[in-house]
Design a protein around this ligand. Structure first.
Ligand code: ZN
Length: 243
């Protein structure tokens, strides 16, 4: 009988139970431990024939490393009244309007006074704000893709936004594009670049020199956006996380 490919368990890190997901990976030659981008769990990939018990022992031996990495992560910023969150690269203060138009969310003001107002009951604010950010992200990606797809001579079937942990975007051979809604918080050139990147994958399903030539020919801020993501991308995962 074959062992399961995934084992979900918990590991004690400084008195706190941290979820540990051990997964067999066809391409893994060694055990690779990493912290999920949102800090919600620890992920261990092991070779296809790896032993799950040995993997667990391996993870337990890395407790200090896990504790250090978790402690070094930026603090979460839950969606709540008074929270400061980036939207299209500009800091906005979340403002709760308890009584006004139920469920409405809008952006107002500029500079230091810029804010995102959320109506309705306080307990629904985190979900309403997240839903609104996802709508804004989907609209922004749709607009960018509408420009890039004809320019690169491809047809896009469907655009979805999700909370992807490990990638900013992905595409399927059927022409469906999927993006991380968190990019609506980044400066607009970053979202625009990720749109160009995924559309270009419908031409070249790889990261070959031809792929990069195509992306850079259509998106002149490719390098600037890549640099921004390398420096600040991980921070986008702080927002909307519970404390
Ligand atoms: Zn890519």
């Amino acid at each position: 009988m074959r062992q399961a490919d995934t084992l979900r368990t918990a590991i004690d890190i400084g008195g706190r139970a941290v979820e540990l997901v051990i997964r067999r990976n066809k391409r893994a030659r060694n055990m690779v431990l990493r912290i999920a981008r949102d800090g919600s769990h620890v992920h261990l990939s092991i070779p296809p024939r790896g032993d799950l018990t040995a993997a667990l022992t391996f993870a337990e031996g890395k407790r200090d490393w896990i504790a250090t990495r978790l402690a070094a992560r930026p603090a979460p910023v839950p969606f709540a009244h008074g929270a400061r969150i980036p939207f299209r690269g500009e800091t906005h203060t979340v403002f709760h309007h308890p009584g006004r138009r139920r469920g409405a969310v809008w952006r107002e003001g500029a500079g230091a006074a810029a804010r995102i107002c959320v109506c309705g009951a306080a307990e629904h604010l985190p979900r309403r704000l997240a839903d609104w950010l996802k709508e804004q992200a989907k609209a922004a990606f749709a607009q960018a893709v509408r420009a890039y797809a004809p320019a690169m001579g491809v047809r896009v079937a469907r655009i979805t936004v999700r909370d992807q942990q490990s990638r900013w975007g992905s595409c399927s051979s059927k022409g469906n594009l999927n993006f991380s809604w968190r990019l609506i918080m980044a400066p607009p050139l970053v979202l625009d670049y990720i749109a160009a990147h995924e559309v270009a994958h419908l031409v070249h399903m790889n990261h070959s020199a031809d792929f990069w030539r195509l992306v850079k020919a259509h998106c002149p801020h490719t390098d600037a956006a890549e640099r921004w993501l390398a420096a600040h991308g991980a921070e986008l995962h702080r927002y909307g996380r519970k404390g």
